[in-house]
Design a protein around this ligand. Sequence first.
Ligand SMILES: [Zn+2]
Length: 369
Amino acid sequence: MAAAVVAALRGPGLKGVPILRALLQGASPRVRLQHSRSPLQTKHEPGPWPPGLEYIPKKKAKNPMKAVGLAWYNLYARTWLGYLLYKKQLQRARHRFPDGHSAVQPRVFNGVKVLPIPVLLDNYSYLIIDTQSKLAVAVDPSDPRAVQAAIEKEGVTLVAILCTHKHWDHSGGNRELRRHHRGCRVYGNPQDGIAHLTHPLCHQDMVSVGRLQFQALATPGHTRGHMVYVLDGEPYKGPSCLFSGDLLFLSGCTMLNSLDLIMGLGDDTLLWPGHEYSEENLSFAGLVEPENMAREKKMQWVQQQRLQYRSTCPSTLGEEKTYNPFLRTHCLALQEALGPLPGAGGDAGPSRARILEELRRRKDQHKGK
Ligand SMILES: [Zn+2]
């Protein structure tokens, strides 16, 4: 279920109403039932509820700003007001960073080029080129002008756009690029309501452009229809590449499955994220696992890079597994560093879902400081 929906259900606007969450299939996840308590039921035992529904008691002293934040998010993600705001952000970012927020280094393999394009304040779009046919694919082209400049500089033809999710800072350039490049296809998950989508994808669908073969993987969490794209390294005898969008900025119960899906890819897979967040992420990792030497070493390198506004992408999945706490929920070292978790119970220790929830909570706190 989308985290935003859970947040809405738990929000202060529903004062005093016990909340029911639909589990898996069965009832719609958006279902909210008004309970009618029998005289025998105590305040803490609200059932019985229809099968498939879980009772989530309302927590005390919830942040009243959450409802405001949620309303704002809905405006941004679902209305044209959000689009106007994105346009404003675009203008400001172009003014502040006329050459992009970071210096990037393209990677060239046998006939395949991956070119990161720094856009907005900290986003990355990508242009992936089959150098033989001169055909190109863009991932998350949020600033159409920057992406178009890269297309012209490389002298390639844009034939497809792969969108990880609907947010404007990932999809805002679809319209203008489609106008420039007639016949350019826009791929993504139809569940996400991506602007100007022309080719809806399902989990594990393939997209082929020349020698480039991408597989779309559904990774719900950040948004309901979030997808990542894996460029298969086999046809060009190089490392596979994962374009992960906002995969790691997730919350909610769907996150674990999405992360496990990614963990199954090879350790040498290059990770190309949607934002330049390495420094922030590693600083958080240091709070939860301060003794982790791999993190320490990576942080030193990242800080050197950022001093000179250099991009820190890509890392590899193998590397990320050594320091990224969200990919380490199975590691004893991380579990020990977190200490005992309230409500975890049992000799088997906390479940990975419980660890993930705790990481998310601490990350939110960290951000709020
Ligand atoms: Zn997003």
